[in-house]
Write a protein that binds this ligand. Structure first.
Ligand SMILES: *Cc1c(COP(=O)(O)O)cnc(C)c1O
Length: 531
């Protein structure tokens, strides 16, 4: 069935709704969009996917350029036929993509050459691309919970519990702050995040937010969170005493993925409107990849009819995805986790790859369930030859080592007077290595000032991981950014980062990472909220 987007609201309501089934075929019944957002993960461990991917004609895609970004997003959600009223969707998008972004185009494109275009996904409140989804998901979450409550399918509120290595926590805090019927607590490894990342979280505004440092590393935080999620007695107590269920709202939630499809459709339309691309011309896309959410969104945009060519998957030294795309085997059985200048891509298990394989196998849930079981038991899986051929047709991939990443920042600054963050630098170099004839769109996922220490290393020829000079090492994150801005003659430090030293620190509590310790902290927070 082919869905086209339409402005006729009555018609949308008359249609059969687009439902969501799961990648492992283990859900009892398909669910609605609002249910998929609230559930996050399907029963049996699979990920929700929409049963129908809507298609847009080239003219419909081109026409989006005439609309503000919020309305481009609303059009695409309506095409997915989600079970929220069209005027609710439009109102939510006005709030998700408004003056919380520092550029009214929301994600503007900077063209470095006639056929190298950088899609800047970091103009949101936390200066990283997670904002593109996390300014939107919480609004879907609150609206979905409200609708399910009204339908008598839900009788409680939510608390989001997030373990973060840095970026996601801040973006989630900012997204869920003051959301209806939802509170949020974030745990980060004490001493394991940068000065900027710490201050971004510790100064978080909002009545419904809490932040804890956890003694230990990111793994300890994540394991702690998992144990709390698995404690049924604790869940029952939260329900009875606080009327609250825990949720994670993590990157496998369809409500986080769908907003990412929008910017690929939108960017294509914009390049055409700006005369940089002919309507129908192919555009290749290069994405710095960790959990595979961002690049999967590009794939879905392609399925919707956007003329995208090759999808380039950029890896850092944690090259499990590059190896998979080049060999057909996903293998973490003997792979060490490497620390790189692009920490948001430091990953071994890339969860959204499961959705991608589901699509490339022609939606073969039993194949996916088998591979995911292999991964769990043997820490590896190998796809069949037919699926591998599909992978090779759709993707190409390369990995960029730490030194090359920093060299790329310096080279691009020298050649184009444009400053890349380390994640975007990995994508830039991957595109250089793999590109063919088509113009390339590079997904730029963070502002350089979020990663000032490595940008400084890059500009001064200091090796990755090497100490900064003493006088530089003493600077706060904000002061270091000001130094870089002076040296490079820029004045583009986002306000949310520039003001951090001046904001009051609200959260400084450090807790142990044991299940009981985290549960006690959660309980104290909820008690305090109810006062
Ligand atoms: C999360 C993140 C990525 C990786 O995106 P995925 O969707 O997980 O592949 C890349 N760069 C930055 C800056 C990020 O925060």
């Amino acid at each position: 069935m082919r869905l086209t987007y339409r402005r006729n609201r009555q018609k949308v309501q008359d249609m059969a709704q687009n439902l969501y089934s799961d990648t492992r075929g283990r859900s009892e019944r398909p669910v609605t969009f609002t249910e998929a957002v609230i559930d996050g993960l399907a029963a049996g461990g699979g990920l929700y996917v929409p049963e129908h991917i809507p298609e847009l004609s080239l003219d419909e895609i081109g026409a989006l350029a005439a609309l503000p970004y919020a309305q481009r997003a609303a059009r695409i959600y309506e095409a997915f036929d989600i079970d929220l009223p069209a005027d609710t969707i439009e109102a939510l998008m006005e709030r998700a993509y408004g003056d919380n972004f520092d550029d009214e185009r929301i994600c503007p494109i900077t063209s470095l050459t006639a056929n190298t275009h950088v899609l800047e996904l970091w103009h949101g409140p936390t200066s990283a691309f997670k904002d593109m989804a996390l300014q939107c998901l919480p609004k879907f979450f609150s609206a979905s919970a409200k609708q399910l409550r009204e339908q008598g399918k839900l009788d409680h509120d939510f608390m989001i519990l997030v373990a973060t290595s840095g970026d996601t926590g801040k973006a989630a805090l900012e997204g869920f702050r003051d959301a209806d019927g939802v509170s949020i607590g974030v745990m980060y490894p004490d001493g394991g995040v940068s000065d900027i990342q710490f201050k971004q979280m510790a100064t978080q505004r909002g009545e419904n937010v809490q932040v804890w440092g956890v003694r230990g590393n990111f793994d300890d935080c994540q394991t702690g969170a998992k144990n709390v999620f698995g404690d049924e007695a604790f869940a029952a107590r939260l329900r009875d005493e606080h009327g609250v269920a825990l949720s994670s709202a993590n990157s496998i939630n369809w409500g986080r993925l769908m907003p990412q499809i929008v910017y690929y459709v939108s960017a294509y339309a914009q390049l055409v409107a700006d005369g940089k691309l002919g309507l129908g011309d192919e555009l290749d896309v290069c994405v710095p990849t960790g959990n595979f959410g961002n690049i999967l969104a590009a794939y879905y945009a392609k399925c919707m009819g956007v003329p995208l060519g090759m999808l380039y998957c950029a890896s850092n030294e944690n090259r499990v995805l590059a190896d998979f795309i080049n060999t057909g085997t996903y293998d973490i059985s003997e792979r060490d986790f490497v620390l790189t200048p692009s920490p948001s891509m430091d990953i071994l298990v890339s969860s959204n790859l499961e959705r991608q394989l589901f699509e490339l196998t022609g939606r073969d849930a039993s194949a996916i369930a088998g591979w995911m079981d292999d991964l769990k038991r043997e820490r590896r899986f190998r796809v069949d030859e037919g699926t591998f051929a599909k992978v090779r047709e759709t993707f190409a991939s390369d990995s960029i080592d730490n030194a090359t990443c920093l060299d790329t920042i310096k080279r691009v600054f020298d050649e184009h007077a444009y400053l890349l963050d380390p994640h975007t630098a990995v994508a830039y170099q991957t595109a250089e290595n793999l590109r063919g004839e088509n113009p390339v769109l590079i997904a730029s996922t963070a502002h350089w000032a979020k990663f000032g220490d490595n940008v400084y290393r890059a500009l001064h020829g200091i090796a990755p991981g090497a100490a900064l000079p003493d006088d530089v090492a003493q600077l706060s994150g904000c002061e270091l950014n000001e130094l870089i801005a002076r040296e490079t003659g820029r004045d583009d430090i986002p306000r949310g980062l520039a003001e951090l030293d001046a904001l009051p620190v609200r959260f400084g509590e450090v807790i142990e990472g044991g299940t009981g310790d985290i549960e006690a902290a959660v309980t104290r927070f909820l008690d305090h909220l109810n006062d």
